[in-house]
Design a binder for this molecule. Structure first.
Ligand SMILES: [Zn+2]
Length: 201
């Protein structure tokens, strides 16, 4: 018989923490203990921050960014160049580019990549909305800032083909993005460089 060391509530907290990226069962256990020990300083504020995020976070209906307002803070910012859209796979990539200060245009979050193996089709991603956005306004250029993986590049090709039909210039990130590299893991200097040296495609 498995011997119980904590009540089911704490066990549940540990199991949920273990689902977070970067936390295994062992570090989840340590995190849970740390929270319990720091009830006032950490456990209560974290719990109310999670409540608030649950109530307020939504997905921007224009670009797909996660924020508490729709359109999101970036889409609503009048200082950003509305003639250029940077396409990323995931919100994490958008945040990485923002942290690096590498981009001052608008964004578009695809929500993944095309994949024949996993059955992800163009209509499963927000490609249709990207085409609509690009065709509707004064968009001069769309930058494909997708990961340097096979799926990322296949997705970029597909989008470039569709945008070319509309006469919109497209470009991709240049050197600095290693093959197989994920944007979220690159340092800020590398990302900024890759954005500056983007090439027409
Ligand atoms: Zn937005």
């Amino acid at each position: 018989m498995v011997r119980r060391t904590t009540g089911p509530e704490i066990e549940r907290l540990i199991q949920l923490l273990a689902k977070l990226p970067g936390l295994g069962p062992r570090s989840a256990r340590r995190a849970a203990l740390h929270l319990i020990k720091n009830r006032e300083k950490l456990l209560l504020p974290l719990s109310s921050a999670i409540d608030e995020a649950r109530d307020k976070v939504s997905v921007c209906s224009s670009c797909g960014n996660a924020d508490t307002v729709d359109p999101c803070t970036l889409c609503a910012d009048p200082r950003r160049d509305r003639g250029v859209i940077c396409v990323v796979e995931d919100v994490g990539d958008l945040w990485a580019l923002e942290r690096a200060g590498a981009w001052n245009g608008l964004y578009h979050v695809l929500g993944g990549t095309l994949s024949a193996i996993e059955g992800v089709r163009p209509e499963d991603l927000s490609i249709g909305r990207l085409i609509d956005r690009s065709a509707a306004g004064a968009v001069r250029e769309v930058v494909l800032a997708v990961n340097a993986t096979v799926e990322g590049q296949t997705t970029a090709h597909y989008i470039i083909d569709r945008l070319k039909g509309l006469g919109i210039a497209t470009s991709r990130l240049a050197h600095g993005v290693p093959v197989g590299g994920e944007l979220d893991y690159l340092d800020e200097g590398t990302l900024t460089q890759a954005m500056k040296a983007r090439r027409p495609s």
